[in-house]
Design a protein around this ligand. Sequence first.
Ligand code: BMA
Length: 382
Amino acid sequence: MNKVVYIFSHFFLVVSVNFFLTVRSFAAELPSDKQATKETVALYNSLKKLLNKGIMFGHQDDLAYGVGWKYDAPAGSAGRSDIKDVTGDYPAVYGWELGHLEIDSPLNLDSVPFNRMQQLIKAGYERGGVITISWHLNNPLTGKTAWNPAEGTVASVLPGGSKNDLYKTWLDKIAVFMNGLKGNRGEFIPVIFRPYHELNGNWFWWGGKNSTPEEFKRLWIFTVSYLRNEKKLHHLLYAYNTDRYSSGEEYLQKYPGDEWVDIIGFDIYQRNSPNDKFITDIDKMLSTLEDIAKEKNKIPALTEFGGNLSDSSWWTGTFLKVLSGHKISYVLGWRNAGMKPGGQFEYYVPYKGHPAATDFVRFYKDEKTLFQKDVTNEKLYQ
Ligand code: BMA
C-alpha cells in the first residue's frame, strides 16, 4: 500500500513539474525589474521579438520642435514632426530629456516645458510608439551643468556623501514625473530610462576619468534601486550606454550587473570622419554590442547618433548599408534644434526641403527600418 502511495505521489510530482516548466517556457520573460508592470513586460518582450524584424527609427524631441518650428501643431491635430513632414509617418521611438527637472525649472535644458512633454509622451505612446528618456542632470556638487566634471562629484552623491540627500530629492522629482506618465486606461507608460549616458566620455561629471568603475557602478545601482525599491517605479527599463569604444572590455568596464540593466547601447556622431571610416567603426561596435547582448540576454540599441547630413545619399548609402548587417532594436537621431540661441545650427535628421530628404524617404521605405505605422501594427504593449 505504502509503495502504491509512493509511486502515485512520485508520478504526480513528475507531471506537475513538467507542467510548470511548460507553462513557464510560454510565459513572458521578465526584464531586470521582476515587478515590472504588465505593459512594461510586454514592451520588453516585444523589443526582443522585433530584433528579428527590423530596426526602429527614433528621434529626440521629435514632437516638440523641428528646424524652423516649435509646437505649432494646430490644436487637436496629431502633432507636427520633421520626420512626418518628410515621410508622412512618425518615428517609432520618441526620445525626451529631463535635464533641469532636478532644479524645479518648468522647462528642460532645451526649453521644452515639462507639462507639454508629458502630453507629447502620451500622444506617442497612444499611437503605439516607444518612449526613451535621457537626463543631463546638473552637477549636484557645484550646481553647474552636467558638463562640469568637478572632482569628487560622484563620491558626493553616493550614500555617506555630502550631496546624497540632495540627490535623493532629485530622484524624487524624477519619480513624480514618471508617475505622471499614464495612458488612456490609467496604466503607466513604459519608459526606457537612459541616465548617465556616454559613460566612458570625460565630458560629463559621471563619465570617463571622472569616476572609477566602482564609483560608477555604485551610482548606477543606487539610482536604480532607489527608483525601483523606494519610489516603487515599475514601468522603467534601464539603458546602459557608452560613447564610442574600442573593445568589449572597455564597453563593460563600468557595467553594473545584469539585474540593473535591460538595454545596452552606445552613442556615435560621425562629425568630420569620411563615410567609409564611419562604416568600419560603427560596424565593429555594433558587432561587439550584439555579442555582449547575446551573452547577457540584453537588448542592443544605437541609443543616439548623428550622421553626415551634407551627403545627400548618406541615409541609404552609408547608414542603411551598415545597419542592414545588424540586429539592433532602435537607432535614435538626436534633436533638430535648428538655429540655437548661440548661433549654432543643429539638426540630425532631414527636414522638409532638405537635400537628403529624398534619400531619407528611401531609407524610410526600406523593409529593414520600422517607423510609427510598423510598430502600431506590432502592438508592442500587448
Ligand atoms: C547636446 C546638444 C545641446 C543640448 C544637449 C542636451 O547634444 O544638442 O544643444 O542642450 O544635447 O539635450
